[in-house]
Design a protein around this ligand. Structure first.
Ligand SMILES: [Zn+2]
Length: 280
């Protein structure tokens, strides 16, 4: 599932091909995404030029002359630049076709993604207006993380709550907690100021490392078939149930937390004060 680094890598890969392009038409092959692709999406952007491609949380924002397209990649979505004449495969639901004959093509097998049109300030769109702090912004540090963590839920749940911190999903929450030596079930409000410093630093490093890995995949966003491979990465704990902890060698363990898999090292991530709300 694309998280902040994957969405930001997508933005960087597409930016040179999208900014400055005039939108000729939108071709919608299947409107049934997370929310149906509506008439406004299909008609309003036509004839407008994409002035800027930016990101907020896991949303891509294509600012046009008058209004913005907002794209979310959902669970399985990807975007790439193709020649608009390239035949579309069954999961390629939508094209944003440019005057120059290229198209931004959305592929989304699970159809949890979304394409929306916002006439006003896209940051005030109901889906974006309540997003929490950007974890790679200068304002994000241990003090800020400590403040947004005052909650009885588990710390991992807080990290993945986009109204508190925008863009962190299951993979990077697991990785950052391991790096900071914090158990995923620890009650967020029991995270100390010192732990918050460590965790904020771990989040920044984890995301930055992923972005650096993504840098090598930027060319995958143009042409070819299939989807841009979201860069291969080596995770310390994510998906490594039973494998040796890279720090101490003990087997990594896995359990379900809010329907998502949590991975941790029982030796490096001792649970100091478990959140009551989410027992194992
Ligand atoms: Zn360990």
């Amino acid at each position: 599932m694309p998280e902040l680094p994957e969405v930001e890598t997508t933005r960087l890969g597409l930016q040179p091909h999208a900014e400055g392009q005039r939108i000729h038409q939108l071709v919608v092959r299947n409107p049934n995404l997370r929310w149906p692709v509506n008439d406004a999406v299909q008609t309003r952007p036509c004839g407008q030029t994409i002035r800027q491609l930016r990101r907020r949380g896991k949303y891509l924002i294509l600012d046009c002359d008058h209004g913005s397209l907002i794209v979310h990649l959902g669970m399985s979505g990807s975007l790439r630049v193709v020649d608009a004449q390239t035949p579309a495969s069954p999961h390629e639901h939508l094209d944003i076709v440019f005057d120059n004959g290229a198209a931004l093509r959305l592929r989304d097998p699970r159809r949890f993604g979304a394409v929306l049109w916002s006439e006003g300030d896209p940051l005030q769109h109901p889906l974006l207006t309540r997003l929490g702090i950007e974890p790679l912004s200068n304002d994000f540090d241990g003090a800020r993380l400590y403040r947004v963590s005052r909650s009885r839920t588990a710390i991992k749940t807080v990290l993945m709550d986009s109204q508190r911190i925008a863009g962190i999903g299951n993979i990077y929450a697991n990785e950052a907690l391991f790096q900071a030596g914090i158990h995923p079930l620890q009650a967020a409000q029991s995270v100390s100021r010192k732990q918050a410093d460590r965790l904020a630093q771990a989040i920044r490093e984890t995301l930055t490392r992923a972005l650096a890995a993504g840098g090598s995949s930027l060319r995958d966003f143009v042409g070819g078939n299939g989807q841009p491979g979201y860069f291969q990465q080596h995770y310390a704990v994510y998906g490594r149930d039973g494998a040796a902890c890279p720090r101490c060698g003990q087997p990594i363990q896995q359990f379900k937390q809010n329907q998502r898999s949590s991975f941790f090292c029982p030796n490096c991530q001792k649970n100091q004060r478990q959140a009551k709300k989410y027992p194992v």
